[in-house]
Structure formats: C-alpha cells, structure tokens
Write a protein that binds this ligand. Structure first.
Ligand code: PEP
Ligand code: MN
Length: 340
C-alpha cells in the first residue's frame, strides 16, 4: 500500500508515518513528488490495519498497490519521473524533450569514437553510447577495450558535452565504470542479475535498464524495483526487443510496451531500435514510430563505417542516416506535442 500525504504537510508528519510503518515490521520508502509526498509500504501488508495510518496527521489517504512493484508503480507517483543525465548539454530523460543517445555499439578506438561523437552531437543527440565492456555470445569475439574504452568515452564527453552511457557487466566493474560514465547501462543478459541491480542501486548514477530478452513487463519493472529499493530512483527503462520465433528480425521490437509502461509506472522508457530489429534499414522507421508512440528517448547505434564495425555493423546506421533520423523525429515530436 502507499500512504499519500496531504500537499505541503510538515516533514514530522511524514517521519511519524514512517515510524509507524517500521513498527508494523514493514519497510517505508519515501517518494517526494513535485506536488506531494507519498510513503510506499514495502512488505506483506495484508494483515496490517490501514486505519491506523489513515488517521495520522498529514495523511490524505491510504491506497493499496496491487502490482508487485511498488516504488516503480504509477500509483506511488502519478507524475512522470524526469532524470538528468549529466554532460554539459543539459540532457535529461522523461520530460518534454525526446532524449537521443547515439554512438557505436562498441568503442573500437579513439579516433572513431571522437568522429562519431562529434557527428551525433552536431545532429542533435545529447547522449553518447558506446560499449567498453561487451557481453558477447562467444568468448572468441571482441570483448571491448575495457578501461581504455572508458577513457576515450570520457574524452569524447570532454570535447562534445554529451552524457556518456556505457554498460557495466558485473559487480566488480561498478566502481570503475562509475568513474567515467554518466549513465550505467545494464544489458539485456543482466536484467535478472539481482546482485548487480542492487550494486548499481547503491550508486548515485542514472541506470539505463534494458529489458531481458525473455522478460515480461512485470519482471522488467521488478528489476527496476531492485535498483530503486537499493536507494537509486533514477532508472530509465529501455526496450530492446524480445526473442520470438521471427526470422526477419534479430529481436521483435514491442512498441506497445510504451503505453503499457506509461500506465504502470512513472519511469521513463527509451527504445533501442538497433538491437530491437538487427537491421539498419529498419531503424529510421522504428525511431519515428517510437517517438509517435510516446517514447521518452532513443538509444541508437551509429557508425561512420558500418561495413567495418567490429560489432553490430549490420544494425548500425551511418552518420548521414542518423542526421536524417534526427530531422524526421523532430517533425514527429512536434506533432505529438514533444520536442526532439
Ligand atoms: C548494446 O547496447 O550494444 C547491447 C549489447 O545491448 P543488449 O544488452 O540490449 O543486447
Ligand atoms: Mn550492440
């Protein structure tokens, strides 16, 4: 259940509610919204007496949350969460502006990263993606440049002001990646790695959480809940397609998740049409569709020479195509009362 406090109620009232919740052997989780504060009650609250909390000073009402996720739930926080990303361009996800994070699948070397970073920035991106630690299906494939790649990303941020989004694959990498990244990416293969979710939940960095390729929406939101429960409210959901029987795509990009997330949660949702389709020729159309459907942002693989990319060349768009995508989504954003 959640306890909705009255608008402008004093902090002592909130503290008192938290105290009572703890006395019931439950966990309190305060969510401060722009208009009012709510306290989410975590734990099995079925046998507890709601009326005790209802009659506390400063309490407006007590509402049950039926969904298993609580802090991520829209019931707990009706207004959308806006997450600033860092960098010098004022990037944020979840507000009126559609946030575009673009760059290579992997950081391959310094010069390619800088060339791509400048190009995506000039075209209007505010975030730079690029993997330094790469989860690869085969141990014989390129595994990423590691810390050297992180250093190049930081240099690209220095030069362009773009916020850096990069993957952290394991708990022992969290501190190192935090030194360089603005946003920690949790890959699809790690969405169920609950210890890693808790570890990034203990950092102060925004987390871009990719949906597991066989995860349901409920499991996806529960993964977000792990991060939030550990203390980090800055979770950006990312749909990157799921595995189906289809052969014409690498993954099936389920854009219906956008309105579903908007109904269930206050967290922003971004779409990755690159992993989501596996084919560069499909990416512009899926970018347009995502913005039309209300996505808060896009994560797009861009390469100056896709034919020679070390990873995911077939799904990476060229610099020219990326610039065209940016123009197209600006027009679509305006049509749906957003900006890009
Ligand atoms: C990526 O973004 O390059 C990537 C590996 O993504 P995912 O975890 O969605 O496969
Ligand atoms: Mn990739």
């Amino acid at each position: 259940m959640i306890v909705v406090m009255q608008e402008g109620c004093p902090r002592e009232n909130v503290d008192h509610v938290c105290h009572l919740i703890r006395e019931m052997s439950l966990i309190d989780h305060v969510i401060v919204g722009t208009e009012r504060t709510v306290v989410a009650v975590i734990g099995d609250d079925r046998l507890k007496d709601r009326s005790v909390l209802e009659s506390c000073p400063g309490v407006d009402r007590v509402v049950p949350i039926l969904a298993p996720y609580k802090v991520a739930s829209r019931v707990a926080k009706p207004e959308p969460t806006v997450i600033p990303l860092g960098g010098r361009l004022g990037a944020s996800v979840g507000g009126r502006r559609v946030c575009v994070m673009a760059g290579p699948c992997s950081v391959e070397d310094r010069s390619m990263l800088l060339e791509i970073a400048h190009a995506v920035k000039d075209a209007g991106a505010t975030g730079l993606r690029g993997g330094a630690f790469k989860p690869r299906t085969s141990p014989y494939q390129f595994q990423g440049l590691g810390e050297k790649g992180l250093k190049y990303l930081a240099e690209a941020r220095e030069q362009t002001g773009l916020a850096v989004v990069t993957e952290v694959m394991s708990i022992d990498q969290v501190d190192l990646v935090c030194e360089y990244a603005d946003v920690l990416q949790i890959g699809t293969r790690n969405m169920h790695n609950f210890n890693l979710l808790t570890a990034v939940g203990k950092t102060g960095k925004p987390v871009l959480l990719k949906r597991g390729w066989i995860a349901t929406l409920e499991e996806f939101l529960l993964a977000a809940e792990y991060i939030m429960d550990a203390g980090n409210q800055r979770v950006i959901l990312c749909e990157r397609g799921i595995r189906t029987h289809e052969q014409y795509v690498r993954n099936t990009l389920t854009l219906a998740i956008i309105p579903a997330v908007k109904r269930e949660s206050h967290l922003p949702i971004v779409i990755d049409p690159s992993q989501g389709t596996g084919h560069a020729y499909m990416v512009p159309a899926m970018c347009r569709a995502s913005v039309a459907a209300g996505a808060d942002g896009l994560l797009i693989e861009v390469h100056h020479d896709p034919e020679h990319a070390m990873t995911d060349g077939g799904q990476s768009v060229t610099l020219q195509t990326f610039a065209r995508i940016m123009k197209e989504i600006k027009a679509i954003a305006t049509a749906v009362e957003r900006e890009a």
